[in-house]
Design a protein around this ligand. Sequence first.
Ligand SMILES: CC(=O)N[C@H]1[C@@H](OP(=O)(O)OP(=O)(O)OC[C@H]2O[C@@H](n3ccc(=O)[nH]c3=O)[C@H](O)[C@@H]2O)O[C@H](CO)[C@@H](O)[C@@H]1O
Ligand SMILES: C=C(OP(=O)(O)O)C(=O)O
Length: 520
Amino acid sequence: MTVSPDVESESGHGTDYKGRIGNLIRDARKHRGLTQTQLAERLATSQSAINRIEKGHQNLSLEMLARIGSALDSEIVALGAGPTHLRVKGPTTLSGTIDVKTSKNAGVALLCASLLNRGRTTLRKVARIEEVNRLLEVLGSLGVQTRWINEENDLEIIPPKELDLSRIDEVAARRTRSVLMFLGPLLHRAETFELPYAGGCNLGNRTVEPHMSALRPFGLEVKATDGWYHGQVNRAIVPGRPIVLTERGDTVTENALMAAALHPGTTVIRNASSNYMVQDLCFYLQALGVGVEGIGTTTLTITGQSVIDVDVDYAPSEDPIEAMSLLAAAIVTQSEITVRRAPIEFLEIELAVLEEMGFRYELSEEYLAANGHTRLVDIRTLPSELVAPRDKIHPMPFPGLNIDNLPFFAVIAAVAEGQTYIHDWVYDNRAIYLTDLNKLGGRVTLLDPHRVMIEGPTSWTGAELMCPPALRPAVVVLLAMLASKGTSVLRGTYVIHRGYEDLAERLSSLGAEIETFRDI
Ligand SMILES: CC(=O)N[C@H]1[C@@H](OP(=O)(O)OP(=O)(O)OC[C@H]2O[C@@H](n3ccc(=O)[nH]c3=O)[C@H](O)[C@@H]2O)O[C@H](CO)[C@@H](O)[C@@H]1O
Ligand SMILES: C=C(OP(=O)(O)O)C(=O)O
């Protein structure tokens, strides 16, 4: 694999260039399978120097960069650098064992929630993904100190006494949807504040109003003009009765929870999401000393604190969407792999639907995630002949089939015999991107913007494609490429890195032939 990354273009701006170069060096070193000590030996320097470089704590000369690049057989700074692409050779059969990483969506919620705490938050094994990187840039621009403290991706967060909202990193903020979740904590930190409009996957219009109505009972009024949310807080207003969410959304529930955590009194939230990231946030709030009852249900009762100032250590749970992605990789390539640390309670319906389609698998005994609550299993996939399900596949808020897992059913349906109907009632745009599978030989018909019909089985053939501008559809295309005959190219993979850590490398460790490259 060749990694010749740039320091500017994919993440869009170059404020923390030392940190970014450090990340690139760490990634290239890991890709070469070297320890910090081994790389240090090649460069005739010390392990602690490499550690400083990778953490972005070291100024680097161009000469040193060139030496590191040659030691890693990788151009750290490319000429005329551009976005990353993947070259995939197929068809592949995967084998071996892979661990599911912690979730993007809990990770970003916890980063936002760390603003509630005046003490130090240590988060264990945080997914080192671009969405997290963007939020770290935003936090850094507010004066929050964050640092990766070891190779395990443990992250330390120390908020300043006062947040400096005037210098918010607007470019980074606009690339995430999660920045919306600053509203809940910020309303306790400032009387007035401004946040840039949120971004995230391009899935059509995504609602913001439910966030506003959930936070209004805490005295927050938000005006949205010129690409900015202007927040104004009236401290005389506090929730007098239960807050009934108009949508059972994940981030809206998280915003309401965070607002309630610093409200000294009891707040009841009804029609709350009980999804995995919300549960992780609740467990973290409990560790902060906030009372939270009803975790896993749609009614949450929160007893807040006027000040939270504790040094806290929390380990978010594994990502059900990544687990589903890996299952889909095995299914489309007819492979036998073991997906370890899969959060089974958030995959049960997905597995039940897959079982109806003929998918065979074995489950280990259950064990607990590091958060002490979430049930995990190891799933061994068995090569299976699949048939289309009788009924349409559609998502529902948890405990339904997860909306973010829906796209994976498209690529799975494409290898099943018969016609499968997939109904994405939620997002205006996401189903459209599934028709990209047709460029690889799929037969996906868009019935309307929310529904597709997929005919299988498919004889996949490699092709060159641009990544669709949405995380899950982009991964779905990559998985189809693993099963495609010949060479495929997937261009512009930032969107995948937004939500997956080292996905190409980890699939390669299962036997996939994937090379990362950039245009020179
Ligand atoms: C950072 C994060 O955690 N992101 C997740 C979160 O985004 P997030 O919580 O931001 O999801 P949105 O608010 O965009 O909600 C998704 C869509 O569902 C609709 N909706 C939702 C609930 C409901 O009861 N009725 C309803 O109509 C919304 O109008 C919206 O169009 O939840 C989404 C839906 O699970 C996931 O795709 C995202 O990965
Ligand atoms: C839609 C997603 O994410 P976000 O809410 O961050 O855009 C996703 O994870 O698939």
